[in-house]
Design a protein around this ligand. Structure first.
Ligand SMILES: Cc1cc2nc3c(=O)[nH]c(=O)nc-3n(C[C@H](O)[C@H](O)[C@H](O)COP(=O)(O)OP(=O)(O)OC[C@H]3O[C@@H](n4cnc5c(N)ncnc54)[C@H](O)[C@@H]3O)c2cc1C
Length: 470
């Protein structure tokens, strides 16, 4: 007899929402979530406690633990626009448009019940893009997209996910924290459980249904599992670039109306697609440790405290290479080498002039860095020339729609990388090529973001509920 009806590997938004929906629909079901990191309230990054630099924790408190990367995320829940006609968040293989509308609305309602703000930003975004921004977009040859956004802020997100953690434990969901799933038990192309490690001890636990909800931080482990157990997968792309920081005043109108605008351009000479991502008005640039092996940058904003800067990612997709994951990791390690183990920060003027930023230059820069642990230096020593050119060309285009976007004092932090480079081959029902093994969320499924990952969890729960009720 199996100990649990179902094991979810990873306690991020996708895994938690999957468990939520499973026990909501079937209160008798025995669900186990195994999470490598800690309970939400025990998740503390040493930098929050005064450490000057990223301590390179093996299990990073920013990306691992209850609610995964969601706990310290900016908590922007991207909601469909009323004019949308296609499924959001790359989930089109798994549901049709009307199902997706219902699932997004339902998941949004659960967030509201868990304490999410009722305020929605970006309602007037499409009008603003089509009317006010349009002439500037045309002259810059840029495209813009927007979403309606429920912005929880990092502090608000923690409260909501704390409520979800409590709800799950009160409703018969078992959650093992500080426990790493190290292997999958697979025989004759069927999963029958997992191997886990806790406090140095390794044990097995049986279940015929295992859900991989491992997020981007689990990509390396997943690749190993795919190779060992012959799980079908493909290499996708990885997004490589910088976190860009500038005064709020430059982004004032865009921040106020869109909150998060997504801008896309194809600058000369390479005409690669460059895009903005994860915009944080009055926010902070943050560091995240990747298994203690490298330190990447990201960004978030709180409702309180606020900074005077907006930060956003400028990203270029790396595809067409055998393994984008390996390639971007090696670039990240080289940038960390320049930064003496930390991310590198550089003034835009210095990058243009081909010189490294010095501590002295940064100390009198008009844009004050919000990630003090980043080392001033020269990103172009390790970032491919092509990506540097793409980013510089894109910044000039953005200056047409937001004058000051190309100001000399603006800051670039690297490495910013989004690993979406491993794509599991999934059936319509989110099942991998191994019977009983499912993939959801950012790491093993098709999503990029809190809301799609949560929706993906709910979707799989509904699919599985049918088989548990048979
Ligand atoms: C700083 C920051 C800001 C962000 N801001 C936003 C935002 O504003 N809006 C937005 O939509 N998205 C944002 N994101 C992205 C968002 O957090 C992710 O899209 C979302 O968390 C993905 O959910 P997930 O469940 O797929 O994976 P994750 O949240 O990454 O959760 C996966 C979990 O699996 C665990 N795990 C992995 N491997 C194992 C294993 N072998 N054993 C046990 N446990 C394992 C990990 O510890 C982790 O807790 C942000 C991310 C960061 C880092």
């Amino acid at each position: 007899m199996n100990d649990f009806d179902l094991i979810i590997v990873g306690g991020g938004p996708s895994g938690m929402f999957c468990a939520y929906e499973l026990v909501t629909r079937n209160p008798d079901i025995k669900v186990l979530i195994i999470e490598q990191g800690k309970r939400l309230m025990q998740r503390v990054c040493p930098m929050q406690e005064g450490a000057e630099k990223c301590a390179k924790c093996k299990v990073c408190a920013i990306t691992h633990g209850s609610s995964g990367a969601g706990a310290f995320s900016d908590g922007k829940l991207l909601l469909p626009n009323k004019s949308d006609t296609i499924v959001r968040g790359n989930l089109g293989l798994h549901m049709n448009f009307s199902e997706s509308v219902e699932l997004y609305n339902y998941t949004d309602l659960v967030y509201l019940q868990l304490g999410a703000t009722t305020k929605v930003q970006g309602e007037d975004g499409i009008n603003y893009i089509n009317n006010t921004l349009n002439p500037y977009l045309r002259s810059a040859d840029l495209k813009a997209k927007c979403s309606r956004i429920r912005h929880l802020g990092t502090d608000g997100a923690r409260k909501v996910y704390q409520n979800l953690e409590k709800w799950l434990e009160e409703h018969n969901v078992t959650i093992w924290f500080d426990t790493e799933v190290t292997d999958l038990l697979v025989k004759s192309k069927k999963v029958y459980g997992i191997t886990y490690s806790k406090q140095g001890k390794t044990k097995q636990i049986k279940s015929n249904t295992v859900v991989l909800a491992i997020g981007r931080s689990g990509t390396e482990w997943l690749e190993k599992m795919c190779q060992e157990h012959k799980i079908s997968y493909n290499f996708g792309s990885a997004d490589l670039g910088v976190r860009y920081e500038l005064h709020d005043t430059v982004m004032k109108d865009i921040n106020e109306v869109l909150y998060e605008g997504k801008f896309i351009g194809y600058p000369e000479p390479y005409k690669d697609m460059v895009r903005t991502f994860c915009q944080n008005p009055s926010g902070f640039v943050s560091a995240e440790s990747y298994k203690g092996k490298m330190t990447l940058v990201n960004g978030h904003s709180f409702l309180e405290p606020v900074s005077e800067n907006t930060n956003l990612a400028l990203l270029v997709s790396i595809s067409g290479v055998k393994n984008p994951f390996e390639m971007t990791k090696s670039i990240a390690r080289n940038i960390n080498n320049i930064g003496r183990g930390q991310p590198v920060v550089q003034r835009l003027e210095d990058l243009r002039q081909g010189k490294g930023t010095t501590v002295e230059a940064l100390s009198c820069n008009s844009v004050v860095p919000t990630l003090a642990s980043a080392t001033p230096g020269d990103i172009s020593l390790a970032m491919p020339h092509r990506i540097v050119m793409d980013i510089l060309g894109f910044i000039d285009k953005m200056d047409i729609i937001a004058p000051g976007f190309a100001d000399n004092n603006n800051l670039l932090y690297a490495p910013e990388i989004k690993f979406y480079s491993l794509i599991l081959e999934l059936s319509k029902d989110c099942e991998t090529s191994i019977e009983g093994l499912y993939g959801i969320g950012d790491g093993s499924g098709p999503t990029h973001g809190l809301m799609p990952a949560s929706v993906n969890g709910v979707l799989l729960a509904r699919i599985l509920t049918k088989s548990f009720k048979k």
